[in-house]
Design a protein around this ligand. Sequence first.
Ligand code: NAP
Length: 550
Amino acid sequence: MTSLVADVDVLVVGAGITGIYQLYRAREAGFSVQLLEAGGGVGGTWYWNRYPGAQFDSESYTYAYLFSKDLFEEWEWREHFAHQPEIEQYLNHVVDRFDLRRHIRCGAKVSSATYDESSGTWTVVAGDDAKYQAQFLVAASGVLSVPHFPDVPGRDAFRGESYHTGLWPTDPVAFAGKRVAVVGTGSSGVQIIPEIADEVATLTAYQRTANWCTPLNNAPITSEEQAKLRADFDGMCQTLNTSTHGFLHQPHDRVTFDDSKEERREFYEKMWNGPGFTKLTSNYTDLLFDPAANAEWREFIAEKIRGIVEDPETAEKLIPKDHRFGEKRPPFVTGYYETYNRPNVSLVDLRKTPIERVTETGIETAEGLREFDVIVWATGFDFGTGALTRMGIRGRHGLALEDHWADGPKTFLGVQTSGFPNLFFPGGPHAAAGNNPRYNGDQVDFIIEMLVSLRDRGYDIIEVDPVAEQQWTNMVDTWATMPPSFGESSYYFGSNIPGKPRRYLLNSGGRPKFFKEIARARTNDYEAFKPSRSGSPPSPPHPAAAAGAP
Ligand code: NAP
């Protein structure tokens, strides 16, 4: 029997970085609020992805919350790129520091969310059939929260231990002395491989596509650096808030072939030795526009790989041959290439010898069966829309979100979609690409700004105009075809999920475009988000619902 547990103004789904911030902002604005989280603790991505080696590849202090200077001053990040345990500790600290835990229910996975036309409210069922009612539903369920398991024959037949990096158990996994397979060499695979290599008996990496990995160059934060960070808090915020993608890194001011060969070489070395994303954000300005510039940087990386990996055949397998640098989201690594010099580590090239089946004892490819004690699936996520389209969201006239988005997401500003009044999804599809918490935070701020304005004017329903939604979606699609956007082989287009429509799932316009549109929405009194009052005449059925969608 379903019982009503809470009736609130704002119901937030997901206790990741975005959801926690949404909860905080809603409560500070005077709304009653409840947050539901499927996991056993808070952290979202940083709760589920607790595999060995999981860590930030944006600088810790730029990924952290910046809404409170006191919080910034009291939390000392240990590393420039923090590891998962410290990140989880930080998020728990924030929840307790701002007394948010009493609004959070963990172990409450949402199974349905239904809009009620007459009251303009949402009814949400979660966990063990508990029912929640809310005026506004904010699904901060994340873009990388539905793990993808490849459809490999026999995957469930394996009798050893098997894990997905994005669904890692809270009890530590014992790897010592075991024969381990890691399938997938994206950002997660290349983090776990070097981390466990020295304790396992053998490690076999199964690689389908090599990635352009470059060093993360992590280091502990010295006490001088800690002091400088604190002294320059306002300057740092200013830089992050005016950067296109929410990073501290400054763009370079030169194109590749303005420099001599020697100067370029020196610059590439500086890039290679620079922190994290600088290789993308602070490289030559034509890196993603001029094929020759991109090719020269790639050749520099290939040389580095050949210089590090002792076995030439393995080195060649690790050098991508099918995509330019920046076509996919590049991983940043610590000791990854060096790992292949270990005698207990080997690399299987799945392009040459694809997986034929998983057996009870191991993985079989065209080259034969290798037996394992543990298989780690580092095979990614149903990016962008995966969580939202699985939540049982039903809008006006019973319209299913998964039907409304059957050809890909349609949104305005990545915060609302038509036919689903009072539903918001910050940090979801069509959010800007870059340093996630920065632009997800922009969306949270905007949502609260709209809700406060709505309340002040006596409205209780807000729904985006389909015309504004179409315009924004067209813009996202158009920009996705132009450099410096990611390429179609990137999972940002849904290309890793069989049958998923190939549509760009982020917004390459970045924060400036978002800010511009927010300013316009504000000037026009949120005209694109049509406010109304419950009890006013119902709107006609949405065309998809009228056409027979359930
Ligand atoms: P991913 O980048 O999608 O990588 C998945 C890997 O699995 C790829 O190597 C893919 O090969 C392989 N794969 C997928 N299906 C396969 C199949 N049927 N057979 C064989 N191989 C298969 O996923 P991820 O590594 O989990 O990373 C996802 C995103 O999470 C990252 O891009 C990043 O945004 C985020 N992340 C961030 C960090 C960080 O440092 N902060 C760490 C981890 C993840 P193909 O390339 O051939 O498809």
